[in-house]
Design a protein around this ligand. Structure first.
Ligand SMILES: C[S@@+](CC[C@H](N)C(=O)[O-])C[C@H]1O[C@@H](n2cnc3c(N)ncnc32)[C@H](O)[C@@H]1O
Length: 215
């Protein structure tokens, strides 16, 4: 289900979108599909690839590793010495991710942390040029102040699923069981849209992507 763009736009973009181009990534996408594991949509992955290539971060942090798909998009787009720290509380997914990073030659450039992201963010002291959040949506608002603190000036904060099937933008679409997530995402978007330390753009791509620059 995607209620963010009209179907004909989604279908057209899907037809055009050829990212990623290789067998290794196609295999991960197939594994995710066969096992019902949610990973970045191709159009969002393609935009993430462009942003990382344009920014050239030396250090990046990811919340929500899953099986490593988005982390691989980031690592492939970084310069050769770029390093990624990626956090997920699900041990089984992380083991699959570890193998995927190893198979694509990134074992030396990835640090995987198996813990709750809130706790990790609270304890991290490193600074990052890019932070990508694709974890528990209801927690984005709690993660924000930590992310701003951990981001270098000019650093980029990217958050996926911020429009959450369009529910965030229109009450008529809201599934009652998801109302808490929707309310928290709305609050999160309101804050990042007018935060004095951030410039933010919210893009209706995939499930909605917010991109903020730390001033
Ligand atoms: C949508 S998936 C991430 C997909 C991944 N970014 C990709 O595109 O390849 C969300 C991930 O967040 C993880 N997660 C959920 N709550 C978490 C938490 N509190 N701390 C750390 N990870 C969490 C889940 O285990 C899941 O793997």
């Amino acid at each position: 289900m995607n209620l963010i763009n009209k179907n004909y736009i989604n279908e057209y973009l899907k037809m055009l979108n050829t990212f990623p181009h290789d067998k290794e990534m196609e295999q991960i996408i197939k594994y995710a599909k066969d096992n019902d594991i949610p990973i970045l949509r191709p159009e969002t992955a393609s935009l993430l690839n462009i942003i990382v290539q344009a920014k050239k971060p030396e250090t990046a942090l990811e919340i929500g590793t899953s099986i490593g798909f988005s982390g691989l998009v980031i690592l492939r787009a970084m310069n050769e010495d770029g390093r990624l720290v990626s956090v997920d509380m699900d041990e089984t997914s992380l083991e699959i991710a570890r193998e995927n990073f190893r198979l694509q030659g990134f074992a030396e450039r990835i640090t995987l942390i198996n813990n709750d992201a809130g706790e990790v963010l609270h304890n991290l002291t490193d600074s990052f040029d890019l932070i990508f959040i694709d974890g528990p949506k209801a927690q984005y608002i709690n993660y924000l102040s930590y992310c701003i603190k951990l981001l270098n000036k000019g650093g980029i904060l990217i958050c996926d699923d911020v429009l959450f099937y369009g529910m965030v933008a229109d009450n008529k679409l809201v599934n009652r069981r998801k109302i808490t997530i929707v309310k928290r995402l709305r609050k999160f978007l309101k804050i990042i849209s007018s935060h004095p330390q951030l410039d933010t753009s919210i893009i209706p791509i995939g499930d909605g992507l917010s991109i903020s620059i730390r001033k």
